[in-house]
Design a protein around this ligand. Sequence first.
Ligand code: KIV
Ligand code: ZN
Length: 385
Amino acid sequence: MRKIDIFDTTLRDGEQSAGINLNTVEKLEIARQLEKLGVAVIEAGFPASSPGDFEAVQRIANTVKNSTVTGLARAMKNDIDISWEALRGGEQPHIHVFLATSPIHMEYKLKKTPDEVVNIAVDAVKYAKQYFPLVQWSAEDAFRSEPEYLVRIINQVIAAGATTINIPDTVGYATPQEYGALFKYLKENVTGVEKVKLSAHCHDDLGMAVANSIAAVENGADQVECTINGIGERAGNASLEEIAVALHIRKDFYNMDTSINLQEIKRSSQLVSRLTGVMIQPNKAVVGKNAFAHESGIHQDGMLKNRQTYEIITPELIGESDMPLALGKHSGRHAFKDRAVRMGFDLTEKQLNEAFIDFKKLADRKKEITEDDLFVLFTGQQLQD
Ligand code: KIV
Ligand code: ZN
C-alpha cells in the first residue's frame, strides 16, 4: 500500500476561520489529540503572527513526540528566525515557508516580478535550511499559477534544500480532474521531484476540497493537508475525517494507507467542535449527528435485515458507540469517566473525583444530565489546575 502522510492544519488554517480563537491550553489539548489520531505532521500555528501563537507553537513542539510539529512562516528572515525559536525543541524541526506564485498575487499583493519571486523563495528556503532539517515550501495560489512558472520555481527551491513542496488550491477554484492533472504534470516535469514530498492543500469554496485532495494523491501527491471537521478560511479546508475514511473504506480501490487511527476520529471531531465553538452540521459526512441515522421505513427495514444494505461506514469504525449511556443520579464513576474521555477531556484522577462529586449533587436536583451540563463540570475542573 502507498503511504499517504496526513498534515493537519486545524491549529493554523483551521484557526484562521472567522470567529475562532483558541488559547494555548486549548491548542495543546487539540495537538495531543491529533498525536493520538496519528497525524504525520501538526501545523501548530504561525509563530511570527502573535506572541500567543508563538507560545502555543513552542509548547506543542516541546510536548508532542509522535507527530512532526511545524509552523507557518512568510518568506522572510525574521519570520524564519522566530519560527526557529518556537520549533527548535521539536523532535524533527520542520518549517512551512510560503510565497505566492500566481500572476494576480505577484502583481497586486506582492508587487514583485516573477523573477524577483523566484529569488525571494530561494533565499528563504536557503535561510531556513540553515536551521531546519525539514523545510516545506508552498506556492500560495499554486492552482492559478502558470504551470511552467511553477516548474521553474519548484526546481529552484528543491535545489535550495526544500524537502516538501506544497501545491495549494488557495481559493478552492480547482476541479478534481484539473487538480489531479497539475500533480501529474509536476511529477513529469520537476527535476528531482522523486527526492521531495509533494503535498496537496485544498479549500472548499466550491465544495470540492476532499475530491480534489483525493485526485491529487491518485496523481502522485504524498501528503494531504486538511483540518478536523473541515474548518478553515472561508468555506474551510479539506476535511481530515472524510479523506481518511474514504481512503480506508475504498482501500481495495485506492491501495493507500494514511496511518490514521480511525477510532480517534469521533473524539477528535467533538473536541475541536467544543473548543472552537463551531457546530458540526448534522448531515456532515462521517462525523455529523445524522451520518448513521436511518429515518425512512424502507431503510430501517433493510438495516434490521442486514446493516450493509444502507451502511458503508459503521459508527464503531470512527470510535462512536451506538448509544452513549444516559447519565443520571444512579450512574457510576466508570460511566462518568467513560463519558469524559468520549467527550475529549483528559482529566487527572483528582479532577475526575471532584467532577464526580459535583455531578452527583447536580443529579440529585436534575433528572436528566445533558452534555452541556457535563461540559461545564469537566471544563470547571480543567480550569482549576
Ligand atoms: O491556502 C493556502 O494557500 C495556505 C498556504 C499558506 C499554504 O494556507
Ligand atoms: Zn490554506
